[in-house]
Design a protein around this ligand. Structure first.
Ligand code: ATP
Ligand code: MG
Ligand code: MG
Ligand code: MG
Length: 450
């Protein structure tokens, strides 16, 4: 038997299938003023960027401690959609999903000297026995030791493309920009093990192509730039950057050919394009992904080996590939949104449709039932929209006020039961956020459009 509160939350559809998701029941602090948002962040100055302000204002995230945020229901939905897309891309090239512990023993990091090299960015802890650990900022050590623990690997089994989507911890010197630079954040990190340098190069291109495909599907314009290998090391590296003013990386791009690079990689600032000698232009970017060709840098330390075609032991050729999952969400909002309204890559919008029934007591109030029928019609007719249709049941508010909110949240489709819902046949007003179009459609028309 269902509890009363369950019944309150989900008004069951007439058909008994599906449920009506009511906006009034969402756990979500709403319409915070800028000063309220600032005090939540415990900051005196301005918020550092648009995505941070908007995400706090509409209740997508709440600050927990410096650089750490609670991810609220809308954000988690968007993130789960993003992770599903990442899974599709990674598994399409043979990726196998794993999940490694966040606690990473100091010995592993001492073996690669990164226990010292990473300095204060590494969050270190001691257990009750005095044994030292860090909270994983990345997992090259852990995954290489994991693969090295398998002693009878053969070249016939390779390549292995192992990846995970987990929380990462970095004691950033300046956590800021909301989810863009946190101290605790989600990353997709993939580590690949190949039998030869040639095969590893091929894997490297495959993963880069998968990243390109992901950003294309998200509808995000990106730059694939040559990058520095940093503390991860290796011999070849690219960053995937979203060009935007608040980006912390400086990039050069060649308008003549496809060359682009992080400024860090260039010896001097007035250099010309190394590929075509043409003049370079400069732009700023947010690093959303990073790929490294590692060779045997880590496999030689941990002895990650396999039996080669001659039956001799050979070191695995590795690559590692990161995507900032929470950073991609915030960066997408940063580049797509207006100053006041959030815009999502449509595949990531937490809910695809918001239905706004008439105000209680208004002339149109008789159309409330029509809206409920429309809801059930959509859910019955388009199974992929199950769980994607939110009913803004705050009927004490005018349609206009609720439309303003819906606009701010960036649902790809907003459907209103206004005056024309009283005509025969009833027409609903449909706002298509991504094209800016407003159309009047019958129940059947709405379903067709969605
Ligand atoms: P940055 O230069 O911005 O500090 P990084 O080069 O240190 O990033 P990588 O070690 O390459 O980061 O990690 C892979 C990906 O993880 C990055 O491309 C980025 O998308 C994401 N990432 C890194 N640091 C953070 C952070 N503090 N908060 C959110 N995402 C992050
Ligand atoms: Mg960093
Ligand atoms: Mg970087
Ligand atoms: Mg990087």
């Amino acid at each position: 038997q269902l509890s009363t509160s369950y019944h309150r939350r989900y008004h069951h559809c007439a058909m008994g299938r599906g449920q009506r998701l009511l906006l009034s029941h969402m756990f979500q602090p709403q319409n915070l003023r800028e000063d309220q948002v600032l005090s939540l962040e415990g900051r005196l100055g301005n918020l550092t960027c648009k995505s941070q302000r908007l995400m706090l204002q509409v209740g997508l995230i709440l600050p927990a401690s410096p650089g750490c945020y609670h991810l609220l229901p809308y954000t988690v939905r968007a993130m789960e959609k993003l992770v599903r897309m990442i899974d599709q891309e990674m598994q399409a090239i043979g990726g196998q999903k794993i999940n490694m512990p966040s606690l990473s023993p100091a010995e592993l990091w001492q073996a690669t000297s990164r226990w010292q090299l990473m300095g204060k960015e590494l969050l270190r802890i001691r257990d009750r026995h005095g044994k030292e650990y860090c909270l994983g900022p990345t997992h090259e050590e852990a995954v290489t030791a994991l693969v090295a623990s398998q002693k009878n690997l053969s070249y016939k089994q390779l390549p292995f493309l192992l990846y995970q989507v987990t929380r990462k911890f970095r004691d950033e010197p300046r956590p800021r920009f909301g989810l863009l630079r946190g101290r605790e954040f989600y990353m997709k990190d993939m580590y690949t093990f190949d039998a030869s340098p040639e095969a590893a190069q091929q894997t490297y291109s495959l993963v880069c192509d998968a990243y390109c495909s992901l950003f294309h599907r998200l509808g995000l314009q990106f730059i694939k730039a040559q990058a520095d290998v940093g503390s991860i090391g290796g011999t070849m590296s690219h960053e995937f950057q979203l060009p935007v003013d608040i980006g912390e990386d400086r990039l050069v791009i060649c308008p003549n050919c496809s060359f682009s690079a992080n400024m860090e990689t260039l010896d001097s600032l007035q250099t010309n394009c190394p590929a075509c000698q043409g003049p370079l232009t400069e732009t700023k970017g947010i690093e959303v992904g990073h790929t490294f060709y590692l060779g045997t840098k880590y496999s030689s330390i941990f002895n990650a080996q396999f039996a080669n075609i001659h039956g001799e032991l050979s070191l695995a050729q590795m690559g590692c590939y990161g995507l900032g999952v929470t950073r991609i969400l915030a960066a997408a909002i940063e580049v797509l949104s207006t100053e006041d309204c959030i815009r999502w890559p449509s595949l990531l919008a937490p809910y695809q449709v918001c239905l706004i029934p008439p105000k209680k007591g208004s002339k149109e109030a008789v159309a409330t039932e029509l809206m409920e029928h429309l809801h059930d019609h959509i859910i019955e007719g388009a199974s992929q929209l199950r769980g994607e249709v939110l009913l803004d049941d705050r009927t004490h508010l005018t349609i206009g006020n609720r439309l303003k909110d819906a606009n701010k949240f960036g649902y790809p489709f907003v459907v209103i039961a206004g005056k024309r819902a009283l005509e025969d046949p009833a027409h609903f007003e449909v706002w298509c956020q991504n094209t800016g179009e407003v159309v009047f459609l019958t129940k059947e028309g709405v379903l067709e459009l969605l």
